[in-house]
Design a protein around this ligand. Structure first.
Ligand code: HEC
Length: 248
């Protein structure tokens, strides 16, 4: 009996553990609100992504023109306002090309100790909430890295705090065990904390789309399927009326 209770207890504990999402560390963690059908959010996210991320990260499984089309941005606007990188010959990348970057493998190795990874599929293998919290969690730690910053989600990350001008600079608040429980802004950025939350949410939304562009398509198809079913229901009803007309 005792044995059985113990097994049951263990099973319950593991069930509970599976139900609670894995977290890097506790209390500062917050959830993004990702809605890929929010086109304005996707467009803002795309703009931030190309300006703040594509200096180092590619999204090389996508073509600019394809993304432009999915997000409802005209090709010439993308060419003019989004593409600022140039290839090795100094030519601006063209809208029909892949979303590659110009950083060489060698440069990546020297400066960051490894090429910054391509971000096309990151939202799928890291999960959206991981990225959201990663981008929020750069904090001042002068001993950690060459830039004097550390990251609570990815300890010792070689990525610099690229959005410091937007978020500002923050330090970690720890509990008695030394665990990070919160952050405290020590220098304000150009955005308020709420604006920064939204900006990061937009970036994560865009990365979610990058990882699975078919999400947009699915929603459109869903609407047509519902319409079809509705029309079909109407026809079926009319047919039923026709058949039963003479019975009564
Ligand atoms: C100055 C170069 C640079 C810029 C700009 C940059 N990153 Fe990074 N990023 C890196 C490097 C280097 C790493 C690898 C960090 C490590 O593993 O320690 C990295 C890692 C990451 C990771 C973790 C990937 C993984 O699976 O481990 C994510 C997510 C990420 N960056 C997102 C972004 C986003 C979003 C932006 C734009 C807001 C951005 N990065 C801008 C250099 C950069």
């Amino acid at each position: 009996m005792k044995m059985r209770a113990r097994i049951l207890g263990a099973a319950l504990v593991s069930l509970l553990a599976a139900a609670v999402p894995a977290q890097a560390s506790g209390e500062y963690w917050s959830e993004p609100n990702v809605r890929v059908d929010d086109r304005a959010s996707l467009q803002r996210g795309a703009k931030l992504f190309v300006n703040y991320c594509m200096g180092c990260h590619s999204a090389q499984y996508h073509r600019w023109s394809h993304v432009a089309n999915d997000l409802g941005i005209p090709d010439d606007v993308v060419q003019e306002n989004f593409i600022w990188l140039t290839d090795e010959l100094g030519q601006k990348f063209q809208v029909g090309e892949l979303m590659e970057i110009s950083m060489s493998e060698e440069y990546g190795d020297t400066v960051f100790g490894g090429m910054p990874p391509d971000l096309t599929l990151t939202a799928r293998h890291r999960q959206e909430d991981w990225i959201y919290n990663f981008l929020h969690s750069f904090y001042l730690d002068k001993d950690a890295t060459a830039t004097g910053m550390n990251n609570a989600v990815l300890e010792g990350a070689s990525m610099p705090h690229v959005m410091w001008d937007l978020q500002g600079l923050q330090k970690a608040v720890r509990d008695d065990d030394g665990q990070i429980v919160d952050f405290e802004l020590v220098q304000e950025g150009s955005m308020s904390p709420r604006e920064f939350d939204r900006a990061v949410n937009d970036i994560v939304t865009f990365m979610s789309y990058l990882g699975e562009p078919a999400q947009l398509e699915r929603r459109h198809i869903g609407i047509w399927v519902m319409l079809f079913l509705f029309v079909f229901l109407l026809l079926a009803y009319l047919l039923k009326r026709e058949y039963w007309k003479d019975v009564h």
